[in-house]
Design a binder for this molecule. Structure first.
Ligand code: C2E
Ligand code: MG
Ligand code: MG
Ligand code: MG
Length: 291
């Protein structure tokens, strides 16, 4: 213990309520400036088709390198940013960065989509779809190359309230995905009533499916029911060959997880993609992942 740096030692104390409140307050008041000064960055995690392993898209995952608190994961600041009513700035930033990347890939002949995580609060905002449309136009990206992810618990908390904005987004032609599926209490049948295209199986089930029969059964039923509703089924948290092989056998469409890649910074993602581009003779470039 004594050998540890003081910075590490400090983190082992349980913070008091006052300290938690203060930190939250600091994060919220500093957030806008952090966006402007480059402390907040978007990382990208590839999504690949099963069984072909073709790179279909990336999920944008926000990171904050805070000068005092160090590297912060979204779970540590997104809820505070949402509660403070600042999530529009976050979503706008992540969407702009992501669409810029998609456009650059298009210019190189690559069709790779980007998935942006939304706050459920955006579904209360009738002007949100117009802002998405404007962003697509500004970046010259066709709508089908943008996926918007909403958590199951967020949408299902009040589906009637979410419906008008979901319908407007769907009408734009963007792909709508329900994230962290299986953790809430909704039934897949209920999904039928929402204009969604994709369901993402929560990583807790995917991580457990190799050792837990219950998790395995949950994953299989989500794949089957998702397909019966005409949805694309994505598994997140794919960490090993066994999970990938089981998902492939079940007919799961898309895999995302550490087995394929961790979330990568923009430059590391470019290097990762570069190493996996194969020239399809006489055609446009095609991204094929060779693990
Ligand atoms: P999510 O959208 O479900 O994203 C997947 C999370 O699982 C990411 O955590 C990712 O790093 C992690 N992950 C990916 N592959 C694996 C794996 O194989 N094993 C394990 N154990 N984990 C894996 P991350 O980046 O910490 O993000 C956490 C959550 O924060 C996200 O969950 C999403 O709900 C939210 N989030 C991230 N970026 C944004 C954003 O820009 N806006 C909003 N509103 N929420 C965001
Ligand atoms: Mg995390
Ligand atoms: Mg997500
Ligand atoms: Mg998830």
């Amino acid at each position: 213990r004594a050998a540890r740096s003081s910075g590490e030692a400090v983190r082992e104390y349980l913070p008091t309520m006052g300290q938690i409140f203060l930190r939250r307050f600091q994060l919220v008041t500093q957030f806008r400036q952090a966006l402007e000064t480059g402390q907040v960055k978007v990382h990208y995690q590839p999504k690949v088709a099963l069984p072909s392993r073709q790179v279909l898209g990336v999920e944008a995952l926000v990171r904050w390198r805070h000068p005092e608190f160090g590297k912060l994961d979204p779970d540590e600041f997104v809820p505070a940013v949402e509660a403070a009513g600042l999530v529009d700035a976050l979503t706008g930033f992540v969407m702009d960065q992501s669409l810029q990347r998609v456009r650059k890939w298009l210019d190189r002949g690559l069709r790779i989509s980007a998935a942006v995580n939304l706050s459920v609060r955006s579904l209360d905002d009738a002007t949100f779809p117009d802002r998405v449309a404007a962003a697509l136009e500004r970046h010259g990206v066709p709508p089908e190359l943008l996926t918007l992810e909403l958590t199951e618990s967020g949408v299902m908390a009040d589906p009637q309230r979410a419906l008008p904005v979901l319908r407007a987004l769907h009408a734009l032609g963007v792909v709508l995905a329900v994230d962290d599926f299986g953790t809430g209490y909704s039934s897949l049948a209920y999904l039928r009533q929402l204009p969604v295209d994709e369901v993402k199986i929560d990583k807790s089930f995917v991580l457990g499916m190799g050792t837990d029969l219950g998790d395995h059964a949950v994953v299989r039923s989500i794949v089957e029911l998702g397909h019966s509703l005409g949805l694309t089924v994505v598994a997140e948290g794919v960490e090993d060959d066994l999970a990938r092989d089981q998902l492939t056998a079940m007919g799961c469409d898309v895999a995302q997880g550490y087995l394929i890649s961790r979330p990568l910074s923009e430059s590391r993602l470019e290097a990762w993609l570069q190493a996996r581009t194969t020239q399809a003779r006489g055609k446009r470039d095609e991204m094929v992942l060779t693990l």
